[in-house]
Design a protein around this ligand. Structure first.
Ligand SMILES: C[S@@+](CC[C@H](N)C(=O)[O-])C[C@H]1O[C@@H](n2cnc3c(N)ncnc32)[C@H](O)[C@@H]1O
Length: 186
């Protein structure tokens, strides 16, 4: 019986996330697009020795620097499309809720992204491609990538095919309003 309660974005009571965190508890675990919700960070951090969060948002960076965060949580401000991490260095890469939203940190506020002629779908496709390329680069040959997203924002077969270009998709699970996939390097 799971002892931990995972919030919606983590996949509620998600045994797959819990299993992978526990299996990799001594390893290098990176939470891409970690956001700033204390209980989400705590849920993950309590299962492992060390959790490294990466996010590119200024407000999130400021909030994390001020909040009472888990002692084993380390934050790096960085872009998931250009990760400040060496090749083959990560045991478990978490991509919870980031895949459908990965963007420049000013995407939601900078008018240049809304200017006539700016092709948002092409921009988002390119962001996803860069994110996947980085995921494939940084994960160790023995490592894993855990992906979770809302089913509303994504078609599971399309997403699976996109991931398959960069990683081996080992498991696809659908539960409630979310899917969760486990991938390994090619
Ligand atoms: C829906 S939230 C995910 C929340 C968190 N993973 C969770 O499960 O609670 C998406 C996060 O991805 C971050 N993000 C979006 N684009 C990014 C990028 N290019 N680099 C790093 N983080 C990014 C956002 O700032 C936001 O915190």
């Amino acid at each position: 019986m799971a002892q931990y309660k995972f919030a919606e974005l983590e996949g509620v009571h998600n045994p797959i996330l819990e299993r992978l965190l526990t299996e990799n508890r001594n390893g290098v675990i990176v939470d891409l697009g970690c956001n700033k919700v204390p209980e989400h960070l705590q849920n993950k951090a309590q299962l492992v020795d060390r959790l490294i969060g990466v996010d590119n948002d200024d407000e999130i960076t400021a909030a994390i620097s001020q909040m009472d965060r888990p002692k084993n949580f380390y934050f790096v401000k960085g872009d998931a499309r250009e990760l400040p991490l060496p090749d083959k260095s990560v045991d478990l890469l978490l991509m919870l809720g980031i895949y459908s939203q990965v963007a420049d940190r000013n995407f939601y506020i900078d008018p240049k992204f809304r200017a006539p002629g700016f092709d948002i779908p092409a921009y988002m496709r390119e962001n996803k491609r860069r994110l996947l390329s980085e995921a494939a680069r940084v994960v160790k040959p023995t490592g894993a990538v855990l992906v979770s997203n809302s089913l509303r924002k994504s078609q599971i077969e399309v997403t699976k095919n996109e991931f398959s270009e960069y990683l081996n998709v080992q498991e696809v699970n659908v539960g409630g309003s979310r899917y969760i996939m486990v991938c390994t390097p090619k």
